[in-house]
Structure formats: C-alpha cells, structure tokens
Design a protein around this ligand. Structure first.
Ligand code: SF4
Length: 164
C-alpha cells in the first residue's frame, strides 16, 4: 500500500480498508493543526491508487466499506473523483459505503447533481471538521471559510442525500 502521510482512521467509522487518493492537505494552514505540516499537497498517482485497490481486492475482496485518505481527498473535481469511485466499485464489487473526511471548501467545486452521482457511486458519509460556527473564531484559527460557507455547502450535501 502507498501510505505517504499521517494516517488518520476515523474512530466512528467501521471502515476497513483505507485507500489514499491524495497526499497532505490543500489548506495546511489551520493554526492548531500540525498533522500535515511537512507534507506538500499532491494527488496520489493513479497507478498507485490502482495498485492499492488490486492489493485490497486480494486481501478483502468482499469489502463493503472503505475510507478515503488523506486530509481532504474530496478536494478534487467531480471529473477526477468519479473515475476513482468507479475503480473502487470495479475492484470491490460489493462496495456499499465510501467514507471520507474533507474540508467544507471541497464541496464548493461540485454541483448538487454531481454530489448525487457520487452518492450513487457509494459516497455515503463525509466528516467535516468545521471546528466552529463563529466567524471570529474561524478567522482566528485560519480555517479558511466562514459560517455562511458551512451552511451553504452542508445544504448541498443534504440535497444530495450525503450524510455528514
Ligand atoms: S484543514 Fe484539517 S488537515 Fe488541513 S490544516 Fe486544517 S485541520 Fe489540518
């Protein structure tokens, strides 16, 4: 497996296995967070993703859940993300639920229709570390968005039927 970063397994998700599709964090600027400080953001090479999926398919061919890594793997556009979800479903045909942690800003570059299609491909639940709904606090910790952004993007997730 090509794990290059700090690996964070969400303790609330019964997910096995983990699949890294990005490296680092696109923001990497929250004042309280050191998890990815030394890791420049980049996309995981598609060959690595495919090799990892082949490895997972050998070890856990009946896997029904999977968690995407790294910090905010959903930052990529729908056009880049959809083929990866298709590959997951190809190698793991019993896949039911794809989970990922990500940033509120990562939802911005997707329409509700695109989010609905991602849900149909298995994207069931997103963990958003919004930290606060208070703009002064969000500015102080350099979160990179405001309360109105959280509301706007979470409404899109609700419309698409993706839990968060
Ligand atoms: S968005 Fe998340 S991973 Fe990135 S710096 Fe902030 S808390 Fe850390």
């Amino acid at each position: 497996m090509h794990f290059t970063d700090t690996v964070y397994r969400n303790p609330y998700w019964p997910t096995f296995p983990l699949l890294q599709i990005t490296q680092g964090c696109t923001h990497n600027n929250c004042k309280f967070c050191t998890m990815y400080k030394e890791i420049p953001f980049r996309m995981q090479p598609m060959e690595w993703i495919e090799e990892d999926l082949q490895e997972i398919a050998e070890i856990a061919p009946d896997a029904t859940t999977i968690q995407l890594l790294s910090a905010n793997p959903l930052c990529m556009t729908y056009d880049k993300l959809a083929p990866i979800l298709n590959k997951i479903n190809h190698y793991l045909p019993k896949m039911e639920s794809i989970y990922a942690a990500t940033r509120v800003t990562d939802i911005k570059n997707k329409t509700v229709e695109e989010l609905k299609k991602l849900k149909e491909s298995g994207l069931r639940e997103i963990s958003l570390g919004v930290e606060s709904g208070d703009d002064w606090t969000l500015d102080r910790i350099n979160k990179g968005y405001h309360a109105s952004d959280i509301l706007e993007q979470c409404r899109k997730l609700e419309e698409a039927g993706i839990d968060y």
